[in-house]
Write a protein that binds this ligand. Structure first.
Ligand SMILES: Cc1ncc(COP(=O)(O)O)c(C=O)c1O
Length: 497
């Protein structure tokens, strides 16, 4: 019975019918279902434009669904074993903002790992919540931050019994898993909500061969990027929730505050059909790509200077699990940085990788990945190894301390404080008023409210030297910092922030 229901795609079906009805459209969008010729329309054909409508009669409203969007969201919730699903057309970025604004009012405490995506920091600025950062496990050999241990969570809860919520990244960008079931259990015993960034974990809902999902672990609310790993269009995401702790009025209000009033029907339709495909084909196809991923790991491990990592590696280093659809490839033994390899693989092998860090690159495998793709990846790394292995000095060792900067004040406070622009060198000892990160992965090196240490400045300079995509609100070599001279808060009562 359930299976039959999951064959339906209520929103996509209605949208398709609307485009074929020969309606005279006096509403927006102004291309009027594809009547304005342009290069994109000529390239793709008119169908995409016929599916680009903005809430005509019968197509429901994302900001208060009562019709086909509601039905499609209910099917998504059912497929993911959740009580309720909310479609999002501005990415998990918006999902995270909305989740934080739902669980935290200004000055409520939230426990979270420091290696969060930049949207989480923006969520803190918008909500005014007070972050209590938990230190993630650091893998100094790979140069990445992983999940948080249960002990760290337990300790953070004991020290902050008044916190309203715990925020967990599961999986991390690199696929590392935390013990979500236990985290949910402890959090609930202490009357805290569990909010999950599942941006990289949409596939978990459709295969038992993968780690369990946030909903299966008993978490309260989670945002997942269907577009990253489950086949929908870029920017289409979902919030899933269950249980009594989620205030649906507040969630709806937050989403409506953040989302466009003209959500893309193409993105909504792509969520509908991606859910159907994953529901019926996900498990089988994920099993197949997991096998291909294993074979690829074995082949890559035989290439001199190349190393890959499986679940055992992470479990032996204290993590709870690992999503083996993420292929972490260590390249530093070639004497090359991940940043260099990221560029070279595109040039020499026509392979586009997901991201680079100093010692590794990341390849993301989904049900769209083919054997031919993986063969190309292996042959690219063979070429690199033939050319560089033992031909170059070993990679410059980075002097990261893996100490996150000390927070001085809430991100919101620092963001709104009087500020000034200083050079990187002059920023040492100041309080950051902006975020700095490399993108991807978009994990901030520095966030508003933190005291800027010399080691953070060295880290920023390292990334600049390596030519990685450093992002801040300003040009290179400058930072926006709080102007302490005219900031009343400076030397004020910290309890007040
Ligand atoms: C860990 C993490 N969370 C959230 C996001 C935001 O997701 P989206 O791109 O769907 O807005 C990203 C994006 O890369 C991410 O890596």
């Amino acid at each position: 019975m359930t299976d039959n229901k999951q064959k339906k795609t209520p929103f996509f079906t209605k949208l398709k019918q609307y485009g074929q009805k020969n309606v005279a459209p006096f509403d927006v969008p102004g291309h009027k279902l594809g009547k304005v010729p342009n290069d994109l329309l000529r390239y793709t054909g008119p169908k995409i434009y016929e599916l680009d409508s903005n809430s005509p009669i019968g197509l429901d409203h994302l900001n208060k669904p009562v019709g086909v969007i509601k039905e499609s969201e209910a099917l998504m919730a059912e497929a993911c074993n959740a009580e309720k699903a909310y479609f999002i057309t501005n990415g998990t970025t918006i999902g995270i903002l909305a989740m934080i604004m739902t669980v935290c009012k200004a000055k409520d405490k939230i426990l979270l790992p420091r290696n969060v995506h930049k949207s989480v920091i923006n969520g803190l600025i918008l909500s005014g919540a007070i972050p209590v950062f938990m230190k993630p496990n650091i893998d100094t050999d790979l140069g990445i931050a992983n999940g948080v241990s249960l002990e760290t969570v337990q300790e953070a809860i004991e020290e902050n019994p008044d916190a309203k919520a715990i925020f967990v990244i599961n999986p991390t960008y690199f696929g590392v898993i935390s013990d979500l079931k236990k985290i949910a259990e402890i959090a609930h015993q202490n009357d805290m909500s569990v909010v999950v960034d599942e941006a990289h974990g949409a596939q978990f809902y459709f295969s038992e061969k993968l780690p369990y999902s946030a909903m299966d672990a008993g978490c309260d609310i989670s945002a997942l990027s269907m577009h990253k790993t489950a086949g929908s269009f870029t920017q289409s995401s979902v919030i899933l929730c269950q249980g009594e702790r989620v205030d649906h009025h507040r969630l709806r209000a937050s989403l409506n505050m953040l989302q466009s009033t003209s959500p893309s029907s193409l993105l909504l339709a792509s969520l509908d059909v991606a859910r159907k495909t994953m529901y019926f084909q996900g498990a089988k196809r994920i099993e197949k790509v997991l096998q291909l991923a294993k074979e690829t790991r074995d082949k890559l491990n035989q290439i001199p200077g190349i190393q890959t990592f499986d679940k055992d590696y992470f479990i032996n280093r204290g993590s709870f699990g690992f999503d083996e659809t993420k292929l972490i490839i260590r390249v530093s033994d070639l004497g090359l940085s991940g940043f260099e390899v990221y560029q070279m693989m595109r040039k020499i092998a026509n392979v586009q990788l997901e991201l680079a860090e100093s010692h590794i690159v990341l390849a993301v495998i989904t049900i769209g990945t083919t054997k031919q793709h993986l063969d190309k990846l292996v042959s690219g790394f063979k070429k690199l190894s033939e050319k560089y292995y033992k031909q170059r000095d070993m990679l410059e060792k980075i002097e990261f301390e893996y100490q996150f900067p000390e927070p001085y004040t809430r991100p919101r406070e620092a963001y709104h404080a009087p500020n000034k622009v200083v050079t990187l060198d002059d920023a040492i000892g100041e309080i950051a008023a902006e975020q700095v990160m490399i993108y991807p992965p978009g994990i901030p090196i520095l966030i508003p409210g933190e005291i800027i240490s010399e080691s953070v400045i060295n880290e920023i300079k390292f990334y600049m030297r390596k030519g990685s995509a450093l992002q801040s609100d300003l040009d290179d070599n400058h930072l926006r910092v709080v102007d302490k001279e005219i900031w009343i808060k400076w030397e004020g009562d910290l309890d007040e922030f």
